[in-house]
Structures are given as C-alpha cells and as structure tokens.
Design a protein around this ligand. Structure first.
Ligand code: ZN
Ligand code: ZN
Length: 151
C-alpha cells in the first residue's frame, strides 16, 4: 500500500453490537475500526485541540490511547454520507462535527499491515506525547472567551 492512496470504500458496515465499523475498500483491503478508535480520531477542530491541530492525516497518538468504555460517547446513532468523499458520524452524546473523508479513514486503518507501515514511517508517538494527550482529553481546556447576553 502507499500512504497517499485515493481508494474508495466498496462497502461500509456498522455493527452496534460489536461496536465496530468495517470498510471493505475497492482495492480489496479491509479495515475494522472500533467505535472507540473512531471517536478518538474524530477529525473536528474541538477534538483535535483547535484548528491549528487539525491534521489531514490521523494523529498517530490515537492508536495508543486507552479504549473508551461503553457510553453514549462511543455509541453511534447514525452515519451520513458527505458528498461522495466521506462520512459524518453522529454519536449518541450529540457530538457530530467530524467529517471522516476516505483518505483519512484509509490512513486510520488499524490492521497489522497498516500499523507496520506507520511504524516504518516513524509515526510512533513517545510516552510523553501519549500521556499529554490522555491528560488533554481527560480535562479539555475551557473556552477562553465568555459570551454574555445582555437581554
Ligand atoms: Zn470531534
Ligand atoms: Zn489496513
């Protein structure tokens, strides 16, 4: 595989029982994502820690975060296609801001082959980066701007 593939999904299947989303790609590759990984990798600005941290590619740290326990945060209530380039995942806790495009999802494939390719490319966060990211996600910073209504 190459890291710049533009392969599209041939099928997308969400299994709420197993909390897994399976994509079979047009080139035959199969990706099985836990809902927890998808939530960790939500590409919206809020989850990524601000617009400056929004990556075109998944942050490698998402593969090293502890699995999120079963809760509305990791239950999918719906999946909407976005144009012909991606999907929008609707979570039971109301979060619905992340648009996962095909390229992003392919790079998020957690299979052994793709993980080895990421390791070979040096996409392995150090312990400190992982610890900081867990802390940031546990205690997200509060918005610094207060908006008041006068009426
Ligand atoms: Zn998000
Ligand atoms: Zn893969």
């Amino acid at each position: 595989m190459t890291m710049t593939t533009m392969t599209r999904p041939a099928s997308i299947t969400a299994d709420r029982e197993k909390a897994e989303l399976t994509i079979v790609w047009e080139d035959g590759h199969k990706s099985v994502y836990s809902f927890s990984l998808l939530r960790h990798a939500c590409p919206c600005a809020e989850c990524a820690g601000g617009h400056e941290n929004m990556h075109r590619d998944p942050d490698p740290v998402v593969f090293y975060l502890p699995e999120i326990e079963d809760s509305p945060k990791v239950r999918i209530s719906g999946i909407d296609p976005v144009g012909n380039y991606g999907i929008n995942i609707l979570w039971e806790d109301g979060h619905h801001y992340g648009i996962y495009n095909w390229d992003y999802l392919r790079k998020l494939c957690p299979c052994e082959e793709c993980q080895k390719a990421r390791e070979a490319a040096g996409l392995v966060p150090d312990e400190e980066t992982i610890a900081k990211e867990i802390e940031r996600r546990t205690n997200p910073p509060k918005p610094q701007i207060q908006i008041e209504f006068t009426l």
